[in-house]
Design a protein. Structure first.
Length: 227
């Protein structure tokens, strides 16, 4: 198996959206957020299989959403990102050389972005798409400004993130053994000493976290249909 396996992380409850339904199962432009994320992954020719982590108790619904799209497996997600990725890795075939981790909440990522991180991976352990920081960034402690950070060295990380399967498995195993938790998978590799490359991200690849984010994503879809 030479094509990449994509893990779509969709186990978050999405409390900040203020809905009773898990975030990834909410509609966006008439389709579940999860369906849009999986479709983007499958739309990349370099992707062979997709493994979805579903919210506990919503596995059947998640399976019904993604099975027609060609997803490989649905597994129960964990209480943390690390736990969800570990559960998904157990469903990734041992012979898979490359694994991509993607947040379902970034449902507007394009198939092109999946291709970009995969194309940039040879010779590296991981690749993360990023956006430059345009605002001045200040580090604060309480109400006090500690210092102003050089923004030319700062970027905003996105998903999908591509990794060699061996590096991703090793970084997560070591993090689990050390009790470490990370906000994204590239951070786990960085902590473990692996080399992670950056490529340009997409401005429209927003992360849906709040109700305002969901409304913005809806507007972006409407604007895209008018373009």
């Amino acid at each position: 198996m030479r094509k990449a396996v994509v893990i779509v992380l969709a186990a978050g409850a999405g409390e900040r959206l203020g809905r009773d339904v898990p975030k990834a199962l909410l509609p966006l432009g008439g389709r579940p957020i999860l369906a849009r994320a999986v479709s983007a992954a499958i739309g990349c020719p370099a992707v062979g299989l997709v493994v979805v982590t579903a919210p506990p108790g919503s596995e059947d619904l998640a399976h019904a959403i993604v099975e027609p799209l060609g997803a490989h497996a649905v597994v129960t997600g964990g209480a943390t990102r690390h736990a969800s990725v570990s559960a998904a890795l157990a469903a990734v075939p041992d012979e898979a050389p490359i694994v991509v981790c993607h947040d379902a909440a970034r449902a507007l990522a394009s198939p092109r972005l999946f291709g970009a991180v995969l194309d940039a991976l040879p010779g590296w352990d991981g690749v993360v798409p990023v956006l430059a920081v345009s605002d001045t960034v200040k580090r604060v402690r309480g109400e006090t400004v500690v210092r102003t950070e050089p923004r030319e060295e700062l970027v905003l990380a996105q998903t999908p993130q591509a990794f060699t399967a061996a590096a991703l498995r090793d970084a997560h195993a070591r993090a689990r053994g050390s009790g470490m938790e990370f906000t994204d998978d590239a951070a786990a590799l960085e902590w473990a000493g692996y080399r992670v490359r950056v490529v340009p991200g997409e401005v429209g690849n927003l992360k849906i976290t709040t109700a305002e984010d969901l409304e913005r994503a809806e507007r972006m879809l409407v604007e895209a249909t008018r373009a």
